[in-house]
Structure formats: structure tokens, C-alpha cells
Design a protein around this ligand. Structure first.
Ligand SMILES: [Zn+2]
Length: 1084
């Protein structure tokens, strides 16, 4: 028995009474609430810590003299322009407006005698709107947010001489989120006025300010740590001790209070030294400022937001050596460089110091659902080239926190653009299924991988709260492999990025981790690259996610702002055509110079408009007025380029032509055989493989016409060619019979091309969301009487008017052309919609007699499969998905594809395919999609599963051949190669038909093309981009008539990776499934 050896202690007679009076336990909820009272405004503010924040305030004249110049007509003049005008006297209390107007203030400051020796002097300026402080000689100094946020500017030491000093404030009449008339996303109120509420010189008591942050954060520990932890109780106790020690009016008590705080936050929180402890951190704080390139304000305002925010960060870095700031979007850097060169130089200095980190590698933070494959390539090409040429290096991390879903080809394209890491966050907004990982390997369609991290604090605009640090661990879903995470903090969109408060709070969070523990240890001073470097070492063990990162929200963005999406599709196709033709012209004819400057200009516009609130349709009306103008500029520039190209080839645009002088422009890389209208009623067959196709006579015979139309007694029309027979009644297709397969496509009793309309009132985000319950409100729109529209030898059509409401209707033309041998025929539909609805969604349905649990949807450089059923919540979440030029439902041996010319929203439910046409949200644009729309689509039945027929017809449907006329001389010279009947570079006919030669362009840095951003390269080169469109190994041959010295495979940035064997004008192409390959042909 162990106890037997114990020495018995004598009872201590001298033990004093330790608790001479009753002692109670702290009643947690009451003592917790008391903490807030210590620094709250309102009834306590004259008697709590707040009352000691300032040691003196100087308002009004002679200390703060104000005069103003109002910029006319909502203009945003430069500093030089503004200060050249006469300023008139004004004062605090005056109002300025209307919304979006600009007002320049001349502010003359004279620090009063009794304040010159105070420790911290600030100008406090608050007019509830954004502003920028300028030095007297025109240097932007710091941004202002308004509404109590970021209203302080520290006066320079030189202002303490008791003399007058001048600065300027550029006031923008908008808040950080624009000028919403109601809640955040309501359309802007054009008539807001802003009162200048505060313009004071303030002597701040730094001890009081520091104590405020101390108790705020320790108070958070008391409020947010679990009540079954000693750390929570200790925090509560420390806070209450501080409050008890505070004496109003006694400055020494502030220091005594701060001394007590040290028990919890340690002694080092007054400087960056707090981060010097050698304990391993898990949360890595990185400053960031998410600036939407347009959204609830126009592009023009974003240019100023960038200057305000980034000058702010450069300033903050001087005072907080631990601050590292990452910012994306090459476009915003370019705006800064052009409009605010002094701020850009300041940023450049900070980049050199390794504090300011350009990140993302893309032109803007773009949408990834809607842009074409080549657009995604160009986002990276233009982005990385900008970063490399201005800052000396490319980005390693693709940074896209706020985009509405992520294309399954992104990992491949990132890798090919020199990036192995990806940061995003938006999937935490999923409103059906929780995405299960924080850190993982994301795998593309082709098998390429990037390392992906989604910050577990679930925000990219964290205010660096105690809770953000805590959630970085508690919401981390990959703790089984690695516990580290990024905390992306800083106010976005006019909030100016991290604030001094954020940095002070994080110092205290670190202090807590090192002093009492429990809170995940946050670290400052690392870059995003450092963070990923560390992760990359362990990447072998991380889980994998294959295919797209589908976003379970914002599905309306595939459809909203239809006109903008139409322009995007047209501009993408136009750019493709122009680059191809300009390449051929520049090589054919040395006197023709490749229009690189114009092409860059067009691309930069198209890329900007793919910003994640622009192309998806979630911006205010002003942004779409702007994008309309920008696209008009693109189309005008294109017309000019095309004119020059036409001249180089001896062709010109034509409405009509004859067999003798007509040619058809073709920009696709496979043999084409198509009908083309050459006169009011006449057609020809364009046939060949080159850019300019010969016209041949279209032959028909009276006894067996190529296409017919007849009216049946019941009012239905029957349209028929050698492959298809369809019946149309009341605008719907009641039968589509495939003669070659002896098969009916439409299930018995059902109707294809049937318009349906849905109530479309999502939970909140109108322009963004269509919610699952809209499906319950489906209503068929009955068509009117179908009438004969066209009866030509080569094409027949019928027209039907469908009434949607008293204000809205659709005129639909369904046509069938003569089928040409070897070409799959399809039914073409073009509609003109008058659309004036409110919160309704128009779609068109195609029930088909095809069965599969998965449907196919074209995406960038390939296609993705998605379920046609609602088995699980993950399947059901995909009730509305994104497609590009086609969606397809196929079973063994047969299928149907729906092609479109400008639409992106689609659904396949069971055997019903449904193309989304138009929405009518009223926020944030009250007039979104109102007006006239022209939309085309086609129904393409086909033998076999999804194959090259669909891929090619979808391209052809979007790239109709175009009638040109040419002269006899040009045609005569054609034999000598002036007019190409066969392209000088092509995939040979025996190549795998899944191979698509998508892009032909000149090398970026060729000496005759380069604009000098990066070193020029000798000689001339041509870049070809070829991909496998169907997901299997694909082989082929590229043949060229050019004098080629060398062929190399390159990445998207046109760096040569490996040489390819080139012999007898040919080289072999051998791609794996969904591979995107780029080749550089160096000409001799
Ligand atoms: Zn955003």
C-alpha cells in the first residue's frame, strides 16, 4: 500500500483567511456584454475609452480652409485640368452631387499652436463617398472611402510648423459600392447628394487607439473561444481588469490597461517583432484588394479606385513592415501606368522590394464559363506578357477568388501559361452542396494538374477579425493532409485593401497564439508564392478533384445581358478570322504589315469585357452602355483590318456575285461544302479547303427537287430534303424524321422547338441567379398559325408568331436547306424576340427520342458530360449548366445536337433538351435584356455518338461562309497562288477529324510584328494552336507550302519547348485526349 509511507503534514495553524468577503463567479454573458460598452458609441461615448481617443481637434477656418471646383457634366478631369480652374469657398455641411459627379477641393491646413507637438496628427475627412488626397504638386497620396471607413490621413511632419499647407481632395460622388438606390444591388439612384460631414485636424492619442485594438481582440477571444476552455475565461478576466483599471481623463491609466492586456497578447504587439517567434505558424496573412473592374460602377470609376487603393497600400507598407500585398489583373496595372504614372512608379518600387506582388497571370479576373478557349489563352498571354515586361517576371499563381464556376480545362491552360497553382474561393457560396476540400490537386480534362487552395476563412475581403483567423482552422477541410491556409484580407472595391486596423488586429492575434495559444498562429511577411512553395512539397498526398469546379449558384449568368454575350461570341470569331487572314497576308505579301497594334487593342477590349461581372451580366446598366461602345470599337477596327486584308488578296465584300466573280470566305480548317446565297433567289455551292472557296453551280432537277415544302390540310407544313423530313405546326416541330436512319427524332405526341416560360425570382441575386424552383412554374407558349416564308430551290422555310404577353412576342423562322452529299443536314431556326418582361425566363425545348444518363456540352477545347437526372443533390445542383456552341444528347448509334450562335445556358432533363434564351432581372440593371433580340439555333440529328460532325457543324454554324467578289485578274492569278483555294497551312485530309486547327497567328515577338514589350526575335514565325475536341488520342499531319526552317512545340506564351521533326513540308501531330498543342513555325 503506497499510502502507508506518506509523511503526515501538520495542520497549518497560520493559514490566513484568503477570502474575507463573499466572491462570486463572473457571470459570463453579462461580463462579456460589458466589454462592448467600454468602446461603444452612443450613450457611453463621452465616458468610455472613446472619450480619450483624441487629444484635440481643429475645425473650420483658419485651420481648415476649404474651397471647391465642381467638374462639369459627370466628367472625371485630371489633376492638372482640375487645379487650373477657379475654386470657390465652401465649408463642412455643404452637399455635393449628383451621383457620379466629381468635385475638387483645395484644402489649406494650418495646425494650431496647441497641437503642433502632439504625437499623432491626422486629417479626418468624411463625406460618405470616395476620395483621393493629392499633394499640392499633383501626386496622389492616399484614398478615402467614407462612411467612417478609411477617413484618416496622417499629416506629414513638415505640417507642424504652424504655417499654411495645401493639399487637394478629389471627391467622387459614389460610395465604395456605387450609388445603389435601395439595397446593395438595386439600380443606382442618379440623384444622390453627399454632405461633407467632417474635415478636421485631429490629434490622436495613440495609446488610447492601441488599447482599443487590444481590448477588441481580447474581447473577441472572450466572446468566440469555447466556454469550456480556460483561454476563454482568462480573456474575460483580462478584459474586465482592463475596464476596472481605466480612469476617464487619466492618460497614465491607458498604459496601466495596456500592461494588463499583455497578459493575454504578450509584450510585442506594438511592432512587427511579434512575428519573430520561432513557433510554426499555420495561417498566412496576405493583404489583398479585390477591385471589380466594373460592377456597381463603370470602368472609369475603377481606374480611380485602383489609384486610391494602391497608393494607400504603398503608404501603409512604410508603417507596417510585415505587410505583403498581392494584387491581380494586368489591366488595372496598365490603367495605373497610363493615368497615374507616379503611383505606378511607387508600386514598381514596392514590387522590387518584394512587398507588392503582382499575381494571377491574367488580363482581368475573368469569367471562365463563357469565354472561348482562345480567349482563356489570351487572358494568360496578355496578362503574363504585361507582368513580365513591366515587373521582370511572370506569375506562378492563377488568382481568381470571385468567379462563378471554373472550366475543366483551366488546369491545362494554367500549366501551359507557366502557372502551377490556383487560388479561388467562390465555391464556398454553393447553396446546395458543400465543396469538400480546402487544398487539393485539381485535374483538367487532359489530366494536367494544378495545386488548388481555397482559403478556409471563406472570404477574399477579410477584415482580419479574430474570427477570420479562427475559421482558418475550424473550416479547414483538408486537415488530414495539411493544416496551413491563406488568409486573404483587405477591403475591396474602394475600401482600399488592408487598413491599419487589420494589421494591428493581426499582430494581436499572433500575440495571443504565442502567449495563451488556442488561436491558430497567424504569420505575416510571406508571399502567396512562399505559401504555395511550401504546399507543393507535400502535393503528392493531397486529394484530387477531376473535371470542372461547378458553382452551385449564379446559374443565371449564362444567360443575363444577352446582347453582351452575343457581342463577345462575335468578337471572338472575328478576331480568329482576322488573325488567320492577316497572318496569310503578311507572309504572302511583305508590303502588308500584320496589324498587331489593332489586334492587341481589340483583344484587350474583349478580354476586359470578359471580367467576371461584365460578361456574366451582373453589372449596372452604365457598364453595358460602356461595353456596347467598346464592342462597337472592336467591330469598327475589324472592318478596317478586313478592308486592308481584302486589298492584299484582291477581294471585296459583296451582297451578290456571279459564279465567275464570286468566292466564299472560309476560315475553318477542314474541307467545306455549303450552299451560299449569291442573289435574291440564287445559290451556289462553295467547296474547298482554303480561305477563299470556289463557287460551283447548285444543280437541281424539276422531277426531283432538292428541298420541298407543302401544306397539309390540318395547317401543318412538311419540309423535306434527301435526308430529313419535318413537320411544323403552330411554330413547333411535331415530327423530325431522319430518312437515312429510318428513325423519328421527336417522341410521339411531343413537340420540339417549343417555347416555354418560367417565373424567375431567385432568392436574392436577381441578375446572377436562377433558382431550382423556377422549374416548377413551366408554362408552354402556344404558337400562332404557321405560314410559308420561303420556297426556293435551295431552301424552304416557314414563319410563326408566338405571343408571350401583350408586350412581348417571338417571330420564328424554321428553315431546311437542300442536303449536300456527304454533309449532315440540320434544321435551322432563327428568331426575332421582342422582350419586355419582368422576372421571367424564356427557353426553348427539344424533347428527343434518345436516352442517356449523361449529356455532352461543349466547353473550351473540348466538352464535358453532365447528368440528365436528379439522383443526388450533386446531380440536381446542375439543373442549369453552361455550354458553348453545342449541347448534345447521344445514345449508342445515334444522337441529337442543339447548336447555337450566342447562347450559353442549357439543361437536359431526361430526354428533353432545353436551350435558355432570355431572362429579365431588374437588378442591378433595371433594363437588362429589354428590347429586340436575334437568336439562331439548329437541330442536328446525327448517326453515332457525339463526334466530329457535331463539333464541325457547330463551328460552321458560328462561322458562316461569306460572299466576296474578286476580279478577273485576281482569279487568273489564282494559279500562281494569289488566291488560295487551298490554305498554305492545313491539317491534311487523313488527319483525325477530332483535331481542330483553331488559331493561326503571327509570333508575338517577331521583328516585323513586335510592339517592343519584350525582346524582339529574328525572322518571321507563325503560331498554330491545335486541340483534340473529342477526348481521345488524335493524330494527324500539318502540311504547309511555306518555307519553314524549324517547327517547335511551345507553351501558350510561345516559349519553345521541343523541336518537332519537319520534313517535306510536313510534321506529325500526336495529341492525347483533350490536349491543347501550340506549334511555332519559324519561317526561313
Ligand atoms: Zn468580384
Amino acid at each position: 500500500m503506497g499510502g502507508a509511507n506518506r509523511i503526515q503534514k501538520q495542520p497549518q495553524a497560520d493559514y490566513p483567511i484568503r477570502a474575507p468577503k463573499p466572491v462570486g463567479q463572473l457571470i459570463t454573458n453579462i461580463y462579456k456584454d460589458r466589454i462592448n460598452q467600454f468602446y461603444a458609441g452612443g450613450q457611453w461615448e463621452h465616458n468610455n475609452l472613446r472619450a480619450m481617443m483624441n487629444e484635440g481637434v481643429a475645425s473650420g477656418e483658419p485651420h481648415v480652409q476649404l474651397s471647391v471646383w465642381d467638374a462639369p457634366d459627370l466628367t472625371r478631369p485630371t489633376f492638372e485640368d482640375a487645379v487650373s480652374h477657379e475654386f470657390k469657398k465652401t465649408s463642412v455641411g455643404a452637399s455635393f452631387g449628383p451621383s457620379w459627379s466629381t468635385h475638387w477641393f483645395k484644402v489649406v491646413l494650418k495646425v494650431p499652436e496647441d497641437l503642433v507637438d502632439k504625437r499623432l496628427l491626422e486629417l479626418h475627412w468624411d463625406a460618405n463617398n470616395e476620395g483621393l488626397i493629392w499633394s499640392e504638386d499633383g501626386k496622389p497620396l492616399q484614398g478615402l472611402t467614407g462612411g467612417g471607413e478609411r477617413i484618416e490621413w496622417i499629416l506629414p511632419e513638415s505640417f507642424r510648423d504652424g504655417k499654411e499647407h495645401t493639399i487637394y481632395v478629389e471627391m467622387a460622388c459614389n460610395g465604395m459600392f456605387g450609388n445603389a438606390g435601395g439595397d446593395l444591388i438595386q439600380p443606382p439612384d442618379p440623384n444622390r447628394y453627399f454632405q461633407l460631414g467632417t474635415a478636421d485636424i485631429v490629434a490622436v492619442n495613440p495609446d488610447a487607439r492601441q488599447l482599443y485594438i487590444d481590448i477588441w481582440i481580447i474581447g473577441d477571444a472572450a466572446r468566440e473561444f469555447p466556454q469550456d476552455s480556460w483561454e476563454q475565461h482568462k480573456a474575460l478576466k483580462v478584459c474586465n481588469e482592463i475596464i476596472n483599471t481605466f480612469e476617464l481623463g487619466n492618460k497614465n491609466s491607458l498604459n496601466a490597461c495596456r500592461k494588463i492586456a499583455e497578459q493575454y497578447i504578450g509584450p510585442n504587439v506594438n511592432s512587427a517583432k511579434v512575428y519573430d517567434s520561432d513557433k510554426d505558424p499555420v495561417v498566412f496573412g496576405i493583404g489583398h484588394c479585390h477591385i471589380d473592374s466594373c460592377w456597381l460602377w463603370p470602368f472609369a470609376e475603377t481606374k480611380r479606385k485602383v489609384a486610391r487603393s494602391w497608393s494607400n497600400q504603398c503608404d501603409l507598407m512604410e508603417r507596417y513592415p510585415e505587410l505583403n500585398f498581392a494584387c491581380s489583373q494586368a489591366q488595372q496595372y496598365k490603367w495605373l501606368k497610363e493615368l497615374y504614372p507616379s503611383v505606378f512608379e511607387r508600386v514598381k518600387t514596392k514590387v522590387k522590394e518584394g512587398r507588392f506582388h503582382p499575381i494571377g497571370g491574367s488580363w482581368v479576373e475573368h469569367d471562365t464559363n463563357l469565354p472561348s478557349g482562345e480567349s482563356l489563352v489570351r487572358q494568360f498571354l496578355y496578362g503574363q506578357r504585361f507582368f513580365e515586361s513591366n515587373f521582370g517576371s511572370r506569375c506562378q499563381t492563377f488568382w481568381l477568388p470571385d468567379t462563378f464556376g471554373y472550366s475543366s480545362q483551366l488546369p491545362q491552360l494554367c500549366r501551359l501559361a507557366g502557372m502551377t497553382r490556383f487560388l479561388t474561393q467562390k465555391l464556398s457560396w454553393n447553396n446546395i452542396n458543400k465543396f469538400p476540400h480546402t487544398t487539393f490537386n485539381w485535374v483538367a480534362l487532359d489530366g494536367s494538374q494544378v495545386l488548388c487552395h481555397m482559403p478556409p476563412a471563406e472570404t477574399y475581403t477579410a477584415s482580419a477579425h479574430f474570427g477570420d483567423v479562427k475559421r482558418s482552422m475550424s473550416q479547414h477541410k483538408s486537415l488530414d493532409h495539411d493544416a496551413t491556409s491563406l488568409l486573404v484580407f483587405g477591403k475591396g472595391d474602394g475600401g482600399g485593401g488592408p487598413t491599419w486596423e487589420h494589421l494591428e488586429k493581426l499582430r494581436r492575434c499572433r500575440g495571443i497564439s504565442d502567449t495563451v495559444g488556442l488561436l491558430p498562429r497567424v504569420h505575416m511577411g510571406s508571399s502567396v508564392d512562399d505559401f504555395f512553395d511550401n504546399l507543393e512539397r507535400k502535393a503528392d498526398s493531397f486529394v484530387t478533384w477531376y473535371g470542372e469546379l461547378y458553382f452551385e449558384l449564379h446559374r443565371g449568368t449564362y444567360t443575363t445581358q444577352s446582347n453582351n454575350k452575343y457581342n463577345n461570341r462575335k468578337a471572338e470569331i472575328l478576331l480568329r478570322d482576322l488573325e488567320l487572314l492577316a497572318t496569310l497576308a503578311s507572309i504572302k505579301d511583305k508590303s502588308y504589315s500584320y496589324p498587331k497594334k489593332d489586334l492587341d487593342h481589340m483583344w484587350e477590349i474583349v478580354l476586359l469585357c470578359q471580367f467576371h461581372d461584365c460578361l456574366p451580366g451582373s453589372s449596372i446598366e452604365m457598364c453595358y452602355d460602356d461595353s456596347d461602345e467598346l464592342y462597337a470599337d472592336v467591330f469598327k477596327t475589324a472592318a478596317g483590318i478586313f478592308k486592308d486584308i481584302s486589298k492584299a488578296f484582291g477581294v471585296s465584300e459583296a451582297e451578290t456575285a456571279t459564279m465567275q466573280n464570286g468566292v466564299a470566305l472560309n476560315t475553318l480548317s477542314w474541307p467545306r461544302k455549303e450552299l451560299i446565297d449569291i442573289s435574291e433567289n440564287g445559290a451556289a455551292v462553295a467547296c474547298g479547303t482554303g480561305p477563299f472557296l470556289d463557287l460551283r453551280e447548285f444543280q437541281t432537277f424539276e422531277e426531283s427537287p432538292a428541298v420541298t415544302i407543302r401544306k397539309r390540310s390540318d395547317g401543318a407544313y412538311v419540309l423535306e430534303n434527301s435526308q430529313l423530313r419535318l413537320e411544323v405546326q403552330g411554330g413547333s416541330i411535331t415530327s423530325l424524321f431522319d430518312k437515312s436512319k429510318n428513325r423519328e427524332v421527336i417522341p410521339k405526341g411531343q413537340k420540339a422547338n417549343q417555347y416555354v416560360i418560367f417565373d424567375d425570382k431567385p432568392l436574392y441575386w436577381q441578375a446572377w441567379d436562377v433558382e431550382v424552383y423556377h422549374l416548377d412554374t413551366r408554362q408552354e407558349l402556344p404558337g400562332g398559325e404557321t405560314k410559308l416564308h420561303e420556297e426556293k430551290k435551295h431552301r424552304v422555310s416557314v414563319v410563326t408568331t408566338t405571343k408571350i404577353s401583350d408586350k412581348s412576342s417571338i417571330e420564328t423562322v424554321i428553315s431546311l436547306s437542300a442536303a449536300l452529299d456527304g454533309e449532315q443536314s440540320y434544321v435551322e431556326v432563327s428568331s426575332k424576340v421582342e422582350w419586355h418582361e419582368t422576372m421571367r425566363f424564356l427557353k426553348v425545348e427539344f424533347p428527343v427520342d434518345v436516352r442517356n444518363t449523361e449529356a455532352n456540352y461543349e466547353c473550351q477545347f473540348g466538352y464535358v458530360k453532365r447528368p440528365t437526372h436528379y439522383n443526388t443533390s450533386w446531380d440536381m445542383a446542375k439543373f442549369e449548366v453552361c455550354c458553348h456552341k453545342y449541347a448534345d444528347l447521344s445514345e449508342n448509334g445515334y444522337g441529337v445536337s442543339i447548336l447555337n450562335d450566342s447562347k450559353y445556358g442549357f439543361a437536359t432533363v431526361g430526354s428533353c433538351m432545353r436551350l435558355s434564351l432570355l431572362r429579365s432581372p431588374k437588378a442591378p440593371d433595371a433594363h437588362a435584356d429589354m428590347g429586340t433580340h436575334h437568336i439562331r439555333w439548329a437541330i442536328l440529328p446525327h448517326s453515332g455518338g457525339l463526334g466530329a460532325t457535331t463539333v464541325r457543324k457547330a463551328y460552321e454554324f458560328n462561322n458562316p461562309i461569306k460572299l466576296l467578289s474578286t476580279s478577273a485578274e485576281t482569279l487568273a492569278a489564282a494559279v500562281s497562288g494569289v488566291c488560295y483555294n487551298e490554305s498554305p497551312v492545313r491539317l491534311t485530309a487523313d488527319s483525325d477529324p477530332s483535331l481542330i486547327l483553331d488559331t493561326i497567328k503571327r509570333g508575338e515577338d517577331d521583328e516585323d510584328v513586335s510592339r517592343g514589350e519584350l525582346p524582339k526575335k529574328k525572322g518571321r514565325s507563325v503560331i498554330l494552336r491545335i486541340y483534340d475536341s473529342l477526348g481521345g488520342r488524335a493524330r494527324g499531319t500539318v502540311a504547309t507550302t511555306w518555307d519553314v526552317a524549324k517547327v517547335s512545340k511551345t507553351n501558350l506564351l510561345e516559349d519553345e519547348l521541343e523541336e518537332v521533326v519537319f520534313k517535306d513540308g510536313k510534321y506529325a501531330v500526336d495529341l492525347s485526349a483533350f490536349e491543347v498543342a501550340t506549334y511555332k513555325l519559324q519561317l526561313a
